[in-house]
Ligand binder design. Structure first.
Ligand code: C2E
Ligand code: CA
Ligand code: CA
Ligand code: CA
Length: 279
């Protein structure tokens, strides 16, 4: 049934459980969500551990559905990816994130990098570089202030193609990050050939850093490895002070997580930026 994809819904409609039914409704509503203005972005700050201040922020897509209310991206992004709707949604995210980041830069008078997540289909879309170029020109955001996050698993799907796309994007001056690092199976020799600026250490390791020696050892090895190939390390999902201290002791460059802030709206982020003190 898996390979028949979307058509599966038709055949098994009589036995459909409520989860499948909801998915069907969501796929249908995804089409209208853009025009109805149901999407918005929240921003989670990234803290530079050396400078002790917010230097970047990750844009995270939110969907306020008319009936279901807030729906997690973990629930609707896979559906949008499967149906191809992710291309138009992804374009909206890129444009909105660059526009809002530029506004925040101007209003707070600070440099601020914005990270945008790319899905598989978006990353493989031949029109992506031209679209990124267009968005940067339209919003006035400097290329280096835009970071594109691509998961380790997407890159490893087709290494040669990924290298080609990454080099094309890098040539435009944008910053590149590997997301969810440590969960895939990167070969270290390939890693060196990707023109990347940052590795984002997956939350699953960070979560266990203070309780499991193995995970702490893996994180420290990733940090050392990253630095040896000239990339910066961002730890995701930092929830506790102990985790931050351990990361700091091991020269992690940046942290992101609920310990510092949940994803928040632009106004709240600007308040945080203006009121932040070096810790
Ligand atoms: P991700 O890219 O790994 O994003 C980080 C996720 O971890 C976010 O979930 C964030 O809210 C959550 N998080 C951050 N700090 C903590 C923490 O300390 N503890 C815990 N437990 N969680 C933390 P969110 O916003 O629900 O997004 C889930 C996923 O949906 C993202 O994972 C990303 O894969 C995808 N996503 C979100 N926005 C977009 C988008 O615009 N485009 C695409 N293609 N995917 C997106
Ligand atoms: Ca991400
Ligand atoms: Ca991640
Ligand atoms: Ca924890």
């Amino acid at each position: 049934a898996k390979e028949s994809g979307r058509n599966t819904y038709r055949f098994y409609s009589s036995e459909m459980n409520s989860k499948a039914l909801k998915q069907l409704l969501l796929v249908n509503d995804l089409r209208k969500a853009l025009v109805r203005g149901e999407f918005y972005l929240d921003y989670q700050p990234q803290l530079d551990l050396y400078e002790g201040r917010i230097t970047g922020t990750e844009a995270l897509l939110r969907w306020n559905h008319a009936v279901f209310g807030k729906i997690s991206p973990a629930e609707f992004i896979p559906l949008a990816e499967e149906t191809g709707q992710i291309l138009s949604i992804g374009q909206w995210v890129l444009a909105k994130a660059c526009q809002q980041a530029r506004e925040m830069q101007l209003r707070c008078n600070i440099p601020l990098r914005v990270s945008v997540n790319l899905s598989t289909k978006q990353f493989q879309d031949p029109n992506l570089p031209a679209y990124v170029q267009e968005v940067l020109a339209n919003t006035g955001l400097a290329a280096e202030d835009l970071e594109l996050e691509i998961t380790e698993s997407i890159l490893m799907e087709n290494v040669e193609k990924a290298q080609q796309i990454l080099h094309q994007l890098k040539a435009m001056g944008v910053t590149l990050a590997i997301d969810d690092f440590g969960t895939g199976y990167s070969s270290l020799s390939y890693l060196r050939t990707f023109p990347i600026d940052r590795l984002k250490i997956d939350r699953s390791f960070v979560q266990r850093i203070t309780t499991h020696h193995n995970d702490a050892a893996i994180i420290n090895a990733i940090i050392a490895l990253g630095h040896s190939i000239g990339v910066k390390l961002v730890a995701e999902g930092v929830e506790q002070k102990g985790e931050m201290i351990s990361l700091q002791e091991n020269q992690c460059d940046e942290v992101q997580g609920f310990y510092f802030s949940k994803p928040i709206d632009p106004e709240t982020l600007m308040d945080k930026i203006s009121s932040q003190s070096v810790f």
